[in-house]
Write a protein that binds this ligand. Structure first.
Ligand SMILES: Cc1ncc(COP(=O)(O)O)c(C=O)c1O
Length: 380
C-alpha cells in the first residue's frame, strides 16, 4: 500500500465515517438544501448548518453565520481579497504566500491596488515589526499565511493580528496548513478573515473550504445568484452567509466534512499535534544523518507544522519524488509547491524542493521506510 506523505496538498486517508457519509448522504438527503420546505431539503439544510456550527466552534467565531462555505482555500482567498479591496488600497503580504494569495493580489495590482511583500528570516519566520514598518495611510489589509506550505513554519499570527488591529487594518489569514493541526481562535488572534481548505488538516473531502468573515469586514459578493431566500429581489442579499454562497452547495463534501470534524473533535487537535510531532522528530533525526540531504527552514518542531522540505545532492526534486513513487510506492511532492517567491528567497527556484508532509494516519514505520528509501537513493 502507498505510504502517503503528501498531506499538505490534501490529507489522505480520511476518517472512516467520511467515506460512509459520502456513500449514503445523497441517498437520504439528496435534495437541494435551503431551496424547499420538504423533509429531504430540510435534512440537507440541517447537515449544512450543523457543519457550519462545528466550524464556528472550532475557530471560536461568535456566530455560525460568519462561516461561509467555499470550494477550497483558493476560492475563499479570492472571495476575501476581491471582496475587500478597492482601487487605491494598499496591501501588506509576505514572500511566504501561496499562489492562491499571490495571484489574486497580482491581478489587483493591475487595477490600482499596491502591494508590499515582507521578507522572512532564514528560519522561515515573518517579523511582525516588519509589517508595522510597512503600513501606509492607504493600507487596508494584511494577508499572511499561518504556516508556510513549503517550510511548515508557524507564523506569529496573534502578534501580527495585534499590529493590524492597533492600526485599524483588516487581517486575513490563510489557515490552509494549520486548521485541524493547531488551535486557532479568531477572537484572541484578532483575525478578521480566515480562509481554509476543508480537505487538508480538517480531513474532509476535496471541494470543501471555508471563509470566516468577522464583524469588522464587509466582503462584497463576487458571485451572485440563487440563495433560496429573498427571492423577490433581483439583488444579491448582503446578509451572511447566504450573501456569499450563491448557487447549490457541495452538500456531499460538506456532509463528509461534518463527519471529519466529529472525528477531529473526538481525537482532539492536541493529540493529533502530538502524534505529528513524534513523526516529525523521527523524520528529522533520520534525514539529518544523511550528508547529501539539505533541510530547509527551522528544525525547531515547536515552530512548525508537519511539513519538511529538503534537497538531495545530485538529484532534482522531481527526480527524487518520481523514484520514491515508482520504486518505493511513497507519495511526496517535488517542485515549487505553488510558492514561487518563497523559492526565490531560499534560492531553490526553479527546481524547487522535495516536500514531506505527515498526517494524522501516518505511523513511525512509514517515516522509517521513507528515510531508508532516501538512504538507498543517495547510494544510487
Ligand atoms: C498555504 C496554502 N494556501 C492555500 C492553498 C490552496 O488550497 P486549496 O487547494 O484548498 O485551494 C494551499 C494548498 O496547498 C496552501 O498550502
Amino acid at each position: 500500500m502507498t505510504i502517503y506523505l503528501d498531506n499538505a496538498a490534501t490529507s489522505h486517508p480520511k476518517p472512516p465515517a467520511v467515506y460512509e457519509s459520502l456513500a449514503n448522504c445523497l441517498q437520504i438527503a439528496g435534495a437541494n438544501p435551503g431551496r424547499a420546505s420538504h423533509k429531504m431539503a430540510r435534512l440537507a439544510q440541517q447537515i449544512i448548518e450543523d457543519t457550519r456550527l462545528k466550524l464556528a466552534r472550532l475557530i471560536n467565531a461568535s456566530s455560525l453565520n460568519q462561516i461561509v462555505f467555499t470550494f477550497n482555500a483558493t476560492d475563499a482567498l479570492n472571495m476575501a481579497i476581491k471582496g475587500i479591496l478597492s482601487p487605491g488600497d494598499h496591501v501588506i503580504t509576505s514572500r511566504l504566500e501561496h499562489n492562491s494569495v499571490l495571484r489574486p493580489l497580482q491581478n489587483l495590482a493591475q487595477k490600482d491596488i499596491s502591494l508590499t511583500f515582507i521578507d522572512f528570516s532564514p528560519d522561515g519566520l515573518i517579523n511582525p515589526k516588519d509589517i508595522e514598518k510597512a503600513i501606509k495611510p492607504e493600507t487596508k489589509l494584511v494577508v499572511i499565511t499561518a504556516a508556510s506550505n513549503v517550510l511548515g513554519t508557524l507564523q506569529p499570527v496573534a502578534e501580527i493580528g495585534a499590529v493590524a488591529r492597533k492600526n485599524n487594518l483588516l487581517f486575513l489569514v490563510d489557515a490552509a496548513q494549520v486548521l485541524g493541526v493547531m488551535p486557532v481562535n479568531v477572537e484572541e488572534m484578532k483575525i478578521d478573515l480566515l480562509a481554509c481548505s476543508g480537505h487538508k488538516g480538517l480531513m474532509g473531502p476535496p471541494g470543501t473550504g471555508l471563509l470566516y468573515v468577522g464583524n469588522r469586514a464587509q466582503v462584497k459578493s463576487w458571485r451572485e445568484g440563487g440563495t433560496g431566500g429573498d427571492s423577490l429581489s433581483i439583488f444579491q442579499p448582503s446578509l451572511l452567509p447566504t450573501g456569499l454562497e450563491a448557487g447549490t452547495h457541495n452538500l456531499l463534501g460538506i456532509a463528509g466534512l461534518s463527519k471529519a470534524l466529529d472525528y477531529l473533535l473526538k481525537e482532539t487537535i492536541e493529540k493529533i499535534r502530538d502524534q505529528e510531532l513524534s513523526l516529525m522528530m523521527c523524520l528529522l533525526q533520520g534525514l539529518r544523518e544523511i550528508p547529501e540531504v539539505t533541510l530547509y527552514g527551522t528544525l525547531d518542531l515547536k515552530q512548525k507544522v508537519g511539513v519538511q522540505s529538503f534537497s538531495v545532492t545530485g538529484y532534482s526534486s522531481d527526480e527524487v519524488a518520481a523514484i520514491l513513487d515508482e520504486h518505493f510506492d511513497i507519495a511526496v511532492r517535488g517542485g515549487l509547491h505553488c510558492a514561487p517567491l518563497t523559492h526565490q528567497v531560499l534560492g531553490t527556484a526553479p527546481d524547487g524542493l522535495i516536500r514531506v508532509s505527515v498526517g494524522a494516519f501516518n505511523t513511525i514505520a512509514d517515516i522509517e521506510t521513507f528515510v531508508l528509501a532516501i538512504k538507498e537513493i543517495v547510494k544510487g
